[in-house]
Design a protein around this ligand. Structure first.
Ligand code: PXG
Length: 291
């Protein structure tokens, strides 16, 4: 049996879950979304995801038509009725149906979509051997044009970067800003470890404020690992002892090669491994129950 998707205030079979061709989410990429993990029938860092969604919506002046608590219940219900014990939720809020003109003021009620499904992650070897990543030529969106802190429905910046990653047969890509500083990976946040200290670029260089990134800050505090935000150049990344990336789908994954340079000894490092273990424990013991 197919999935039941929540759309337009009701549950419908996935084949019947459709949006209007006049929805500005489709016509203009006008909307926001979240990807949320389910571990052991619990929604991982749900409040943080919802906060980011509502904040992004506020910036683009999109009024999400249900209160946060009600939306939370709808997400839990969607996971429950689809019997997803371990999986992934895609939450999408579009501007809604308008006319062919740009104006968001002509749109009706924003459309809320919740899809609860499973997710294909990297194969196990990646977590043991590490990822090989490249620097892509596509620069991360300039925050003055479209803030990377809004998880908007326009992902063309990432899609163009993704083509480069695939073309190079790499696992992920590093995106620089227009000043040449590292921002983040194509769909993950980026970290290095230098002399035992974890370093990640500040989000204002042009990176998404990742929820898994946030978890890494908490884990470092809990495990007395030094962590700080710092502008990073590519050369600093090449010279680092360890590197890793974080994302809802990828979780914490070691990076062992950047642009064909081995990072450290070309194997996942001790701090990365400690954080990966700590994350495993953290995700098993946290989250909002679906029942
Ligand atoms: N940066 C960007 C640009 C992202 O899109 C992350 C970082 C990691 O953030 P979280 O909050 O997930 O720790 C993302 C994640 C996927 C997928 O299926 C992930 C994202 C977007 C689209 C697809 O892996 N966002």
């Amino acid at each position: 049996m197919g999935l039941q998707v929540y759309i337009d205030g009701k549950f419908v079979p996935e084949d019947e879950a459709k949006v209007s061709v006049y929805d500005h989410g489709l016509l203009y990429g006008d909307g926001v979304f979240e990807g949320i993990r389910v571990y052991k029938r619990r929604l991982f860092m749900l409040d943080e995801h919802l906060k980011r969604l509502f904040n992004g919506a506020k910036v683009i002046r999109l009024n999400i038509p249900v209160p946060l608590e009600e939306l939370k219940d709808k997400i839990r219900e969607t996971v429950r009725i689809n019997e997803i014990d371990e999986g992934y939720v895609r939450l999408v809020v579009t501007r809604g149906k308008g006319d062919l003109g740009l104006s968001p003021f002509k749109c009706g009620t924003p459309n809320i979509i919740v899809i609860a499904s499973t997710i294909k992650i990297y194969p196990d070897e990646v977590y043991r051997d590490g990822l090989k990543i490249i620097t892509v030529a596509t620069r991360r969106n300039n925050p003055d044009a479209l803030s990377p802190q809004i998880k908007s429905l326009n992902y063309l910046n990432h899609i163009l970067a993704h083509f480069e990653v695939v073309n190079a047969s790499a696992d992920e890509g590093l995106m620089l800003n227009d000043q040449g500083y590292i921002t983040e990976c194509v769909v993950d946040n980026f970290f290095i470890v230098m002399d035992g200290k974890v370093i990640t670029p500040p989000t204002n260089v042009g990176a998404l404020h990742g929820i898994t990134r946030e978890a890494v800050f908490r884990l470092c505090a809990e495990h007395s690992i030094m962590i700080e935000e710092q502008n990073l150049s590519l050369v600093e990344a090449y010279m680092s002892d360890e590197a890793f990336l974080t994302g809802t789908a990828a979780e914490i994954a070691p990076i062992t090669y950047i642009d064909d340079r081995p990072i450290g000894d070309g194997k996942p490092g001790p701090v990365t491994k400690r954080l990966m273990d700590a994350f495993k424990e953290y995700r098993e013991n946290n989250g909002v129950p679906i029942d």
